[in-house]
Design a protein around this ligand. Structure first.
Ligand code: TRP
Length: 332
């Protein structure tokens, strides 16, 4: 059995892109691997979030994860800031992370350029904190998107450097979780863009009320209709079909494919109505669960408590080993 670990920053709500891109796969992973899923609230501090919102956001993301079906009996779900062992290992690993390599990190350079008034040390050492998250559980696989690949590569560098420096083979080299081709469904935006998630206008959130879903899909970008039989679809139409394929029955998809190929006009209204209906069918039970869980502070406290115990038990073993390897000795 392999150890899989993933962190999510508590910013924003889950949308259909997150659901089909990550969540659906997390649900499969928790059945076959030893999984750690956590909320990276310390990572979110680089941008100085409003203290009044931090807990609300963490609770929101946690509720959404649970509502989607992440199962605390199967996976270890926890909140990063509840595990102080991570902070200590981060301190230790920071001694082996060099300014030059941190400054060269693409994500750092990008954030520093966007926010020149807030280039803080936490931003610089963001990759060390992420490496700590991964190494503290000695994860084999990390499901990451393209934007996080460099961080994973740096994690391997830090791990290898540590092993070499202390003459041990302690840390494993974590790699990206490789998805099956069918597992990687990329949900495009409603505005004709390749990816859902850039702005509210192209995004359907799991917590969107049915009225909102209808409105968003109704105003999704379309063209003027097919220009003949069997013509290729423009991107905005292909996008709607991609979402349809993810949420609707195969016969429904086939029906609209046939309409497109026939070159007939004036059925986009019906397509959008059907798409909205099927999206709502998928999201309604999830939305209801999110709202129930969010308000159930007792249940949430229980989940976080038991996840914390599991995460800390494992993390403290690693930390104990690392302290020993680095030469710390207990006085008692
Ligand atoms: N940096 C990741 C992101 O922005 C979040 C994250 C923090 C993470 N720690 C991690 C992802 C460890 C995977 C493993 O999406």
């Amino acid at each position: 059995m392999k150890t899989v670990l993933s962190g999510i920053r508590p910013t924003g709500n889950l949308h259909l892109g997150n659901y089909f891109g990550a969540m659906v796969n997390f649900l499969k992973m928790q059945e076959i691997h030893r999984c750690f899923f956590f909320i990276a609230d310390w990572h979110s501090l680089t941008t100085h979030p409003d203290p009044k919102m931090l807990h609300v956001n963490v609770t929101g993301v946690l509720s959404e994860y649970l509502a989607c079906g992440l199962d605390p009996q199967k996976a270890t779900l926890y909140v990063q800031s509840e595990v102080p062992e991570i902070a200590e290992l981060y301190l230790l690993l920071n001694m082996h992370a060099y300014l030059g390599e941190l400054e060269k990190t693409v994500s750092f350079k990008e954030k520093a350029r966007q926010n020149p008034q807030n280039i803080n040390a936490g931003l610089l050492t963001y990759p060390v904190l992420m490496a700590t998250d991964i190494l503290i559980h000695n994860a084999d696989f990390v499901p990451v998107g393209k934007d996080q690949e460099q961080h994973l590569e740096m994690t391997r560098n830090f791990a290898a450097r540590f092993n070499y420096k202390y003459g041990v083979e302690y840390f494993k080299m974590p790699t990206a979780y490789i998805y099956g081709e069918k597992d990687l469904i990329k949900i495009p935006g409603l505005d004709g863009s390749r990816k859902m998630g850039k702005s509210d206008g192209n995004c359907i959130y799991l917590i969107d009320e049915p009225k909102i879903v209808e409105k968003k899909i109704k105003s999704a970008l379309t063209d003027n209709g097919p220009t003949g039989e069997n013509t290729p679809k423009p991107e905005c139409i292909e996008n709607l079909f991609t979402i349809l394929r993810a949420v609707s029955e195969p016969e429904v998809v086939k029906h609209y494919e046939t309409l497109w190929d026939s070159g007939e006009q004036r059925w986009y209204g019906s397509l959008k109505k059907q798409l909205a209906e099927d999206v709502i069918k998928l999201t309604t039970p999830i939305r209801e669960r999110i709202n129930n869980i969010k308000n159930d502070t007792k249940y949430l406290a229980e989940i976080v408590e038991s996840g914390t115990v599991k995460a800390r038990t494992n993390a403290s073993k690693t930390l104990k080993d690392v302290r020993e390897i680095m030469g710390f000795k207990s006085f008692s």
